[in-house]
Design a protein around this ligand. Structure first.
Ligand SMILES: Nc1ncnc2c1ncn2[C@@H]1O[C@H](COP(=O)(O)OP(=O)(O)OP(=O)(O)O)[C@@H](O)[C@H]1O
Ligand SMILES: [Mg+2]
Length: 1078
């Protein structure tokens, strides 16, 4: 809705007239009044057709906001009130949509607002063109190149606090979509004289002040600088501070911008080092020193500053010092060294400072170009923005002003050529009716300056190259001779000058009547500045610097690359670069912004009629309006015009078969455009009023929307149809696959069913066959049996007469006999070994022999056992008897038993009769000794063991001392009532004695032996044979023994491994003796 409310034409709510073409009546007064009226209402922009006149408001207006950008975006030029954005939008759109390279030419006096206008154009284009991270970076770099170049190339002048002291032309490159790709900046002639000297009320380049105010103490210290401006001779003191300018803040902005543009830290550092060196150069002072030959030689007054410069820049101090005192001239391969006097030394110093600074500036431009150059090699569309120093008329005008004003002349020339002259010539060429309009063509002034033979620049070059003494005065003389007759040249000495008597003109001056006014130039310095010479000693000293940037700035200082050819003069260089610029501009579609300065005071709201009038006159703006009014607002060749609007008429859409002009005629007739609104030229159609063009554009826009809808409709239809067909095709494919699958499944099912049915039938058939075969077989068998029986009956009937009645039984017995015979014979061969423990026995061959076979096995075993026993001697028999006895007594009762089975019972382990030690004992025992063995007798009181000899004789049991052999106790077998032992794996046993018997005084014996089983068995047998009574053997883990009067319980417990595998015995108390068994 908001858009609906905005103006749709610049005619709406207009203050004065927005387009001077509409001004009535048209004269200088009405022109100025219109501008003034609009200026008073803050309307600083006014059109002359497509040219924008901009009046510097000297205050910030709220017309550059993002909302304004949106308002002007994609709108027709005349739709909204005049604005620099409308021109930018028009230029950008015709670049993007019509593929026409554009240039925006911004002209005007110093301080008229050119630089600001160029920045507005750039920021507008940046705001409306493509977006995205990469594009934004390009935009940001392009925009941020401005603060860097302004800091180094702008300065405060009496006319402008931020005056551009160099010319700048920037090509912004776009791709086919209109997205920025990069840019190229060209710079023109920096006013380097400002580095060493500034006119009253002016400043040096901003960067010097910015660095001193904005850099940190640390950084200044590094650069060997001090904050105080007054310390530096090169900084004009009277206007070091500019109102409303914060140098310190600007310094931060510049550093930040340098970073964004892509300067490396070391590069930034080097740049500031060079700036510092330039500033410090100004502080070097010289004093004269008389030499023997009477000439003065300059010497540096205070070498401190020089030393610091050399430290900063890595230059050898002695080399630089020498370069300030001597000059080497090379003549015919001979080097001649001459001394410099003080004035020459100062000249050399200033030349060095100027050169250092201007070369640094050019390096900055090249470095920025490196960063912002387009990365791709695709075809580029270009928009050039030209912001070149404005026309300058100072009190003292020198070589710089001459050059600047020459450049402005050239720009005026191109303006004339492209607008006024071109326009008129076009009408004539196209055969359109036309009344000629007079305007001033400044080609003659351009010729005065640049003519290759008689031009001022050519003559200056000639003077500079001429041998002999050349001074500014000889140059002026030459000018007086050659240009005297020129209408636009004046000097006091020019012979035919109309101002011969004009004494206001000093001697050493000449005056040029520029298109923008008369300017008087002082010739002083022309030759020097044109020569732009730097002593070779200085450039060589610079090249030798241990500072990569400075070294790179003075390539001619390289002694191996000495070029004796003179470098081109400043004037000819400038002329050449301006010519290139003009050629470049001519290939592009021009857009003009003509800046006007409303007053000389840099003040808002002041409109100085005289000043504005002067600018209007020299800018030829009135003529511009007249030409515009007499002509047509718009023209276009027939072909593109038909191509653009052919969709508006049925006959021409979509194709017109015939000449383009006829097509356009048909088109315009069809659209009922009034006849006075257009004219047909030879190759172009001319449209008088912009409104008509807008009407055409609006119709086209509407029609394009309809066409877009149509295309969209058809496309959608096509898309849906294609999709449908694809789906249909897919459906068929899917269906066929599915059918195939379903049929496959069905077939498999039928197949498996058929197989089952088949198998059943086959089974049934087979079974039937089998049944039949079985039946047949049975029949056959039955027949055979019947036949056999029949034969048998037959045979028996036949043979009955030969056999007795029991022949059958005999045959049976005979058969049985034969079988038995065979059985025994086989058994004979299969007999197992004679070992009683061999468990093998052949398998039974016939079932009816089962019991026989078992019996035979038993008999055989008994027999082989007997065989085995028969081999025994009597002693062996005894042993086996004993072993048998032991088995009966202890098997499955005492855990020690299984270990004893394999041990043979030896009885006399101690050979008492043979050992002389036991002779006494042998003598005391006269009976046969059954057991002689060492046992442990357990002390009844404490359970400790003592070794004793245990003897068993036929009638007694004896215990004797092991060492001496003395008998300790003797117990008749009849007194032994019982032997007790545990069920465990120990050798303890108690021998219980009959109560009241002789040996029972001390109580029962508790002994332990390794051969307990043998001892107990032998004791048992001996007792049995002697007393005919079975000895009671008690096996229990807890039994009572009689110790003297006490009955003590001997208890066996499992556990305690204290003594390894040896059981231990411990008397616990009166009633308990504990034996721990492992
Ligand atoms: N559109 C504007 N709005 C507000 N102030 C403006 C505008 N244009 C210019 N100015 C003011 O005028 C001053 C001078 O403008 P600018 O530097 O653009 O002049 P110039 O034509 O480039 O001069 P020179 O030829 O010396 O470089 C600016 O510093 C600014 O203060
Ligand atoms: Mg400027």
């Amino acid at each position: 809705m908001a858009k609906m409310e905005v103006k749709t034409s610049l005619l709406d709510n207009m203050i004065g007239v927005g387009d001077m073409v509409l001004l009535e009546p048209l004269n200088e007064d009405s022109f100025i009044n219109n501008l003034k009226k609009r200026f008073d209402h803050s309307e600083v922009y006014t059109y002359i057709g497509s040219v924008v006149i901009s009046i510097n408001p000297y205050r910030s207006l709220p017309i550059y906001t993002p909302e304004k950008v949106e308002e002007y975006r994609n709108r027709n030029f005349y739709e909204l009130s005049p604005h620099i954005f409308a021109l930018s939008d028009e230029a950008y759109r015709s670049l993007r949509d019509q593929d026409k390279d554009q240039c925006i030419l911004i002209t005007g006096e110093s301080g008229a607002g050119k630089t600001e206008a160029s920045k507005l154009v750039m920021s507008y284009v940046a705001a409306v063109c493509g977006k995205g991270a990469e594009v934004n970076q390009v935009k940001e770099q392009l925009l941020q190149s401005n603060p860097v170049l302004e800091a180094f190339g702008n300065a405060k002048t009496v006319r402008n606090d931020n005056s551009s002291r160099f010319g700048k032309y920037m090509d912004i490159e776009f791709d086919f979509k209109g997205d920025p790709l990069g840019g190229v900046i060209s710079n023109y002639l920096l006013e380097k004289s400002r580095v060493v000297k500034q006119p009253r009320g002016e400043r040096n380049f901003h960067i010097f002040y910015q660095i001193l105010s904005g850099a940190s103490e640390d950084f200044l210290c590094k650069l060997k600088l001090e904050q105080d401006f007054s310390r530096y001779n090169y900084l004009g003191l009277d206007s070091a501070k500019v109102n409303g300018v914060d140098d310190a803040a600007n310094f931060r902005t510049v550093r930040n911008a340098m970073q964004i543009v892509g300067f490396m830290d070391h590069e930034t550092q080097s740049v500031f080092e060079v700036v510092a060196a330039v500033l410090k150069l100004g502080n070097i002072e010289f004093k004269p020193e008389s030499r023997v030959n009477g000439l003065d030689e300059s010497k540096i007054k205070d070498k401190n500053e020089l030393k610091e410069i050399c430290e900063l820049t890595g230059i050898d101090q002695s080399v630089l010092e020498r370069a300030f005192s001597f000059r080497t001239v090379e003549a015919k391969q001979e080097k001649v060294s001459t001394t410099l006097n003080v004035a020459q030394a100062y000249y050399a110093r200033d030349a060095l400072a100027k050169n250092l600074y201007s070369r640094l500036f050019s390096w900055l431009v090249t470095r920025i170009n490196e960063s912002i150059k387009a990365q791709t090699k695709v075809r580029k569309k270009v928009m050039g923005v030209l912001d070149i120093y404005g026309f300058e008329i100072f009190e003292d005008n020198s070589f710089e002003q001459f050059i600047i004003n020459y450049c402005n002349e050239k720009l005026q020339q191109i303006f004339i050529e492209l607008t006024l002259k071109e326009e008129q010539e076009e009408y004539i060429r196209e055969g359109i009716e036309w009344t000629h309009i007079e305007y001033f063509n400044n080609a003659i002034i351009c010729d005065l300056i640049e003519n290759n033979q008689t031009g001022i620049l050519a003559m200056l070059d000639e003077e500079c190259l001429r041998p002999g003494t050349v001074t500014d005065d000889t140059f002026l003389e030459k000018l007086n001779q050659v240009c005297a007759t020129h209408q636009h040249f004046e000097s006091r000495m020019s012979k035919c000058s109309r101002f011969l008597n004009d004494t206001s003109l000093p001697h050493s001056c000449f005056r040029i009547q520029h298109y923008a006014g008369k300017v008087m130039y002082q010739v002083e310095g022309f030759v020097d500045k044109n020569n732009d010479l730097l002593y070779r000693d200085l450039s060589q000293a610079m090249w030798k610097a241990n500072h990569s940037l400075i070294k790179a700035l003075f390539p001619e200082g390289n002694p191996t690359k000495i070029n004796l050819k003179r470098p081109p003069t400043a004037g000819s260089q400038f002329k050449a670069s301006v010519a290139t610029l003009m050629k470049n501009l001519q290939t592009k579609n021009p857009n003009y912004i003509r800046c006007i300065k409303p007053n000389d005071k840099k003040a808002a709201h002041i409109f100085n009629d005289a000043l504005v009038c002067h600018q209007i006159r020299y800018l030829g703006l009135l003529e511009n309006v007249r030409v515009r009014r007499a002509g047509y607002a718009f023209r276009q060749a027939y072909e593109p015009c038909l191509e653009r609007y052919k969709m508006l008429c049925k006959q021409t859409w979509p194709h017109w078969r015939g000449p383009a002009r006829a097509g356009v005629e048909v088109l315009f007739n069809e659209l009922e455009i009034p006849e006075e609104e257009f004219s047909f030229g030879r190759s172009k159609i001319f449209i008088r009023n912009p409104r008509t063009l807008f009407k055409l554009e609006d119709l086209r826009k509407q029609r394009l929307e309809d066409l877009a809808t149509l295309i969209e409709k058809i496309y959608r239809g096509w898309k849906c149809r294609t999709r449908f067909l694809l789906m249909k095709k897919s459906q068929i494919v899917i269906a066929s696959w599915y059918r195939r699958y379903a049929q496959q499944k069905k077939y498999q099912k039928i197949k498996s069913s058929a197989i089952i049915v088949q198998s059943y039938i086959r089974g049934w058939k087979a079974r039937k066959l089998l049944r039949e075969l079985k039946h047949q077989k049975r029949c056959n068998e039955a027949a055979t049996i019947i036949a056999a029986y029949w034969h048998g009956t037959q045979v028996r009937r036949e043979y009955r007469k030969f056999f007795r009645a029991n022949a059958g039984r005999k045959i049976y017995e005979f058969t049985l006999q034969r079988l038995m015979q065979k059985y025994f014979l086989e058994m004979k061969n299969k007999m197992p070994s004679l070992s009683p423990i061999d468990k093998n026995w052949p398998a039974r061959p016939y079932l009816f022999l089962d019991s026989t076979h078992k019996e035979l096995k038993r008999i055989f075993h008994l027999w082989r056992c007997k065989k085995y026993r028969d081999q025994f001697t009597d002693q062996q028999k005894l042993i086996y008897e004993e072993k048998l006895e032991a088995s009966e007594l202890f098997k499955d009762k005492k855990a020690l038993y299984p270990a004893s089975v394999g041990q043979p019972f030896q009885g006399a382990y101690l050979e008492i009769s043979k050992n002389p030690k036991y002779k006494k004992l042998k003598d005391a025992v006269d009976e046969k000794i059954i057991i002689a063995e060492v046992v442990n007798k357990i002390n009844r009181a404490n359970g400790k063991a003592t070794s004793r000899i245990f003897l068993l004789t036929k009638n007694n049991v004896l215990l004797a001392d092991q060492k001496s052999g003395n008998i300790k106790s003797e117990v008749p077998l009849g007194d032994v009532t019982k032997v007790s032992m545990s069920s465990q794996n120990d050798g303890f046993f108690a021998v219980h004695l009959k109560e009241g018997s002789g040996a029972a005084g001390k109580g029962d014996f508790l002994l332990s032996s390794d051969h307990l089983i043998e001892m107990a068995t032998k004791l048992y047998r001996t007792t049995l044979s002697q007393t005919k009574q079975k000895l009671n053997i008690e096996i229990s883990d807890e039994f009572l023994v009689q110790f003297r009067q006490d009955k003590v319980c001997v208890k066996f417990i499992q556990g305690s491994q204290k003594n390894g595998n040896i059981p231990t015995c411990k008397r616990k108390n009166n009633r308990l003796l504990e034996v721990a068994v492992p």
